[in-house]
Design a protein around this ligand. Structure first.
Ligand code: ADP
Ligand code: MG
Length: 697
C-alpha cells in the first residue's frame, strides 16, 4: 500500500464521505497532507499514573489515577440526579461525578476491580472531584503504549459529530505506524545535520505520537524551523531573482547634493540619519534596483533623509516621487519640501484626489516631458495616466498602508529600468516580523532622535483628574503651545463616537474660552479637513480636537500636549503613533492617557508600556506579544506567512538561525539546482503552483 499526502480524506480508512465533508467544511482539511499538518496543540500525558494524594496540586490538568471503587451513590431524582462514586487508591480518594448516562455507568462499574481513571481534578471544599472522567479496566501493559495522547484543535460542530481528538488519532496512528510511510524531505540534509533536526518523517510521527517529551520538543522545533526557513527561502529567492533580472538605474552625480549640504541643510543630521543615507546611496549607485525599508520612530527625521536621497536621483537627470497614505500627509510633505525644492531650483508638484482637472493635466504633461523633478502625492500617483519621463526613485511613506502589489505597480512606472524604491515606516516592526514579512527588502533603521529632543512625558489619568488636566493644558496654551485632544473612532459605532467627539468639542469650547479650537474627523470633506488642519498648523487655532485621522505623520512642532480620551480603546501601536504627534519641537511635551477606572488587563499592559517607554521598538515588541503577528501585519500581508507552529513573538531565535541558513543557501545555490537541494526545490515549486504537497510513496 502506498500513501499519498494528496489523497482525499474521504478515502482514508475510518473517515468516509460524511465525516470528510465535516472536516472539509469546518477545518478546510481536504487531504491526508492537510490532516497531517493539523498538529495537536497539546498532549495529555498518559504514560504516567499519579497517586491520588498528588492531585491536590494538579487542579485543572488532565491526569490518570489507578484505584478501586469504594462507594457508589445516586443523589437526587429524575433529570436532576447525579451519580457519585468514591474512588480510592492507597494514598487517598477522589469523588467521580456523572450527571448524564448514569444508569449505564451504574450497571457496568464493579467493586473489587482496578480501574484506570482519566479526568480533570477540581476542588470543592476539602473534596477533590472529577466530573465525567474516562474510566477503563486497568491493564498495565496497555498503559505503556499509551504515551502522549494528542489533543487537536477542533470545533464544537465536529465534536457533535463524534470527530474528536481520539477519532483523529485513531485514523492517523496506523498510517504513521506503517514503516512504509514517508514524508518527502524538504530541508536539505546538510542543514538537518548541522542543526540536529529530525527528518520530516520522524518529526510528523513524533508530533502526533511523541514517545516522550524529548521527541515532542524535537518535532516542534523541526516544524518551527521548517516554516520559518521556507518563508525565508521564498523571500530570498524572489529577491535574488529580482536582483539578477532587473538592473537598476545608477546614480552618481552628486553636485546637487553637495550644493544642498553646503548651502541649505537646516540642521546637522544625526549619526543614524547619515548612516542610513550612506546605505541608500550605496544601493542607488550599485547598478541594482533598490528595495529598501527605512524604519524610524516617529520624529526621527525620515522626511529629510528621503529628500536627500531624491536629490541624488534628480541630480542624475531622473525624477523622484513621494507617495503618502493620506491627503493631509501628502499635503504636509509638499509644504515641507517645497521650500527646499525652490531653494534648489527644482520643480515640485502635489497630486491628490482633489487636484483640479486643469492642474492635473498640467502635472501629467510636465511629468511626461521631464520638466517636473519631484512629485508628491497619494494613491493618485498609481493611476495609469500618471506617466513619468524617467522615474528614478519612489519613496513610499508609512508603508503599512500599502501592499506589496502596489509596490510592484510602482516598478512599472519606469518601463526601461525600474525605479529604486524606498519604503518608510514609523510603525517600528519588531525585527523578527520585519525579517519574515519584508525579507525581500533590505532594512535600514534610524534608531536615534535629533539632538535636543526631550523625551515625551506620559501619564495615565482618570476622569476625576479632568479639572487638573484642563488647567495643565491651559498653562501650556498660555505659554504659547498648542494641544491635541483625541477621541477614539471605531467603525462599528461610528455615529456614536462622532456624537462623543462633538460633545467633547462643545465641552472643550466651554472649558477653553478665549482659545480657538479646530475639529477634524473622517466624515469631513477632504477640503474642510485640510482647511482645519492648516489652521492648526499655522497656529490660528490652539486646540485640535480630532479622531485618529491625525495619527499618521502630521507635523506641528509647536504642539506640546496630547490628551487621549478613552485611551483604553486604542491599540498600542496606534497610541504610540498618536503620541508621536507631540514632542517634535524643542519644548518638553506631554501625553495624557485618560481612561475609565475599569480597564482590562491587556488595556492596563498597554497603558503601562506607554507610560514607561518612548521607544517604538520596545512598544512594538510588547504589542507583538499582546496581539500576535497576524493582527500586526494587517490583512494585506497576512497571507504571506503560513505559520502553524512558529510564533514570531516567541521564536525570534529560531527565525534568526533559519534566516542565516537560508541566506547562505540561496547565495551558494540561488536556483536550487544542487542535488542536496532537490527536495527543497520540489517543495518550493509545488507551493508556487498552489499545490500543497507532492506525492509520496
Ligand atoms: P518622521 O520620521 O516621523 O517622518 P519627520 O521627518 O517629520 O519625522 O521629522 C520630524 C521633525 O524633526 C521635523 O520637523 C524635521 O524637520 C526635524 N528634524 C529632522 N531631522 C533633524 C535633525 N537632524 N536635527 C533637528 N531636527 C530634525
Ligand atoms: Mg513622517
Amino acid at each position: 500500500m502506498s500513501y499519498s499526502v494528496d489523497q482525499p480524506i474521504e478515502y482514508i480508512r475510518g473517515i468516509g464521505p460524511q465525516r470528510a465533508a465535516h472536516l472539509q467544511k469546518e477545518l478546510s482539511i481536504f487531504t491526508l497532507g492537510d490532516l497531517l499538518i493539523h498538529y495537536p496543540f497539546r498532549y495529555e500525558d498518559r504514560s504516567k499514573v499519579y497517586a491520588i494524594n498528588q492531585l491536590g496540586g494538579m487542579e485543572g490538568v488532565s491526569v490518570q489515577v489507578v484505584g478501586q471503587i469504594q462507594r457508589m451513590e445516586r443523589i437526587g431524582q429524575g433529570p436532576k440526579s447525579r451519580l457519585e462514586v468514591l474512588f480510592a487508591d492507597r494514598t487517598g480518594n477522589v469523588k467521580l461525578v456523572w450527571f448524564k448516562g448514569i444508569s449505564y455507568i451504574e450497571q457496568n462499574l464493579k467493586r473489587g476491580f482496578n480501574y484506570l481513571v482519566f479526568g480533570v481534578p477540581k476542588r470543592f471544599g476539602s473534596q477533590l472531584n472529577m466530573a465525567h472522567p474516562e474510566l477503563n479496566p486497568y491493564n498495565p501493559d496497555q498503559l505503556k503504549e499509551q504515551g502522549f495522547y494528542p489533543i487537536y484543535p477542533l470545533t464544537e460542530g465536529l465534536r457533535r459529530k463524534n470527530i474528536d481528538s481520539r477519532f483523529i488519532s485513531r485514523v492517523l496512528k496506523p498510517i504513521l505506524d506503517d514503516p512504509r510511510f514517508v514524508m518527502p524531505e524538504n530541508i536539505p540534509h546538510p542543514t538537518l545535520e548541522k542543526f540536529k533536526l529530525p527528518t520530516r518523517t520522524e518529526a510528523i510521527r513524533a508530533i502526533h505520537f511523541p514517545p516522550n517529551l524529548k521527541w515532542q520538543e524535537r518535532a516542534i522545533k523541526r516544524f518551527k524551523f521548517e516554516e520559518l526557513f521556507m518563508t525565508q527561502i521564498k523571500l530570498l529567492q524572489v529577491k535574488s531573482l529580482r536582483l539578477s533580472k532587473s538592473p537598476g538605474q545608477m546614480f552618481t552625480n552628486t553636485s546637487l547634493l553637495t550644493r544642498f549640504y553646503e548651502q541649505h541643510l537646516p540642521f546637522d543630521l544625526t549619526t543614524a540619519q547619515k548612516r542610513v543615507i550612506k546605505e541608500i546611496y550605496a544601493d542607488m549607485r550599485s547598478g541594482k534596483q533598490m528595495n529598501r525599508l527605512l524604519q524610524g520612530d516617529v520624529g526621527s527625521g525620515k522626511t529629510i533623509v528621503s529628500f536627500i536621497c531624491m536629490l541624488l536621483a534628480i541630480g542624475s537627470e531622473a525624477q523622484a516621487a513621494l507617495m503618502a497614505p493620506t491627503e493631509i500627509l501628502a499635503t504636509q510633505h509638499f509644504h515641507g519640501l517645497s521650500g527646499f525644492a525652490e531653494q534648489m531650483g527644482l520643480k515640485i508638484e502635489l497630486l491628490t484626489g482633489s487636484t483640479k482637472k486643469a492642474k492635473r493635466r498640467q502635472i501629467h504633461a510636465d511629468l511626461a516631458s521631464g520638466e517636473l523633478n519631484l512629485l508628491i502625492g497619494t494613491h493618485a500617483l498609481l493611476e495609469e495616466v500618471v506617466q513619468f519621463n524617467n522615474l528614478g526613485l519612489c519613496v513610499i511613506d508609512e508603508q503599512h498602508r500599502f501592499g506589496v502589489a502596489q509596490r510592484a505597480r510602482l516598478w512599472e512606472k519606469n518601463k526601461t529600468k525600474p525605479p529604486h524604491i524606498l519604503v518608510m515606516t514609523a510603525t517600528p516592526i519588531p525585527r523578527t516580523l520585519a525579517m519574515s514579512l519584508y525579507g525581500d527588502l533590505d532594512l535600514s533603521i534610524i534608531d536615534e532622535l535629533p539632538a535636543g529632543r526631550k523625551p515625551i512625558e506620559t501619564y495615565h489619568m482618570y476622569e476625576r483628574d479632568r479639572a487638573k488636566i484642563f488647567s495643565f493644558v491651559k498653562k501650556q496654551l498660555k505659554a504659547g503651545r498648542q494641544a491635541y485632544f483625541v477621541y477614539p473612532l471605531i467603525e462599528e459605532s461610528e455615529t456614536l463616537d462622532l456624537v462623543n467627539l462633538e460633545e467633547g468639542f462643545i465641552s472643550l469650547e466651554r472649558a477653553f474660552q478665549g482659545y480657538h479650537l479646530s475639529m477634524v474627523h473622517g466624515k469631513l470633506k477632504p477640503e474642510n479637513k485640510e482647511f482645519e488642519m492648516q489652521r492648526f498648523v499655522k497656529g490660528e487655532t490652539h486646540i485640535m480636537v480630532a479622531t485618529t485621522v491625525i495619527e499618521v505623520g502630521v507635523n506641528v512642532p509647536n504642539a506640546s500636549v496630547m490628551v487621549i480620551e478613552n485611551a483604553e480603546r486604542f491599540g498600542l501601536a496606534q497610541l504610540h503613533q498618536l503620541r508621536g504627534r507631540v514632542g517634535r519641537g524643542a519644548e518638553q511635551s506631554y501625553c495624557i492617557l485618560l481612561t475609565s477606572y475599569k480597564i482590562s488587563k491587556e488595556g492596563k499592559t498597554r497603558i503601562e508600556a506607554l507610560s514607561q517607554s518612548n521607544d517604538g521598538f520596545y512598544i512594538a515588541d510588547v504589542d507583538l506579544k499582546l496581539r500576535g503577528p497576524g493582527d500586526l501585519m494587517g490583512t494585506q500581508q497576512s497571507g504571506l506567512l503560513e505559520l502553524r507552529m512558529a510564533d514570531l513573538a516567541q521564536d525570534g531565535e529560531i527565525l534568526k538561525v533559519a534566516r542565516d541558513e537560508a541566506i547562505q543557501l540561496i547565495e551558494a545555490d540561488p536556483e536550487l539546482i544542487k542535488p542536496e537541494n532537490s527536495g527543497l526545490r520540489t517543495f518550493v515549486a509545488a507551493k508556487q503552483q498552489g499545490g500543497k504537497w507532492s506525492k509520496i510513496s
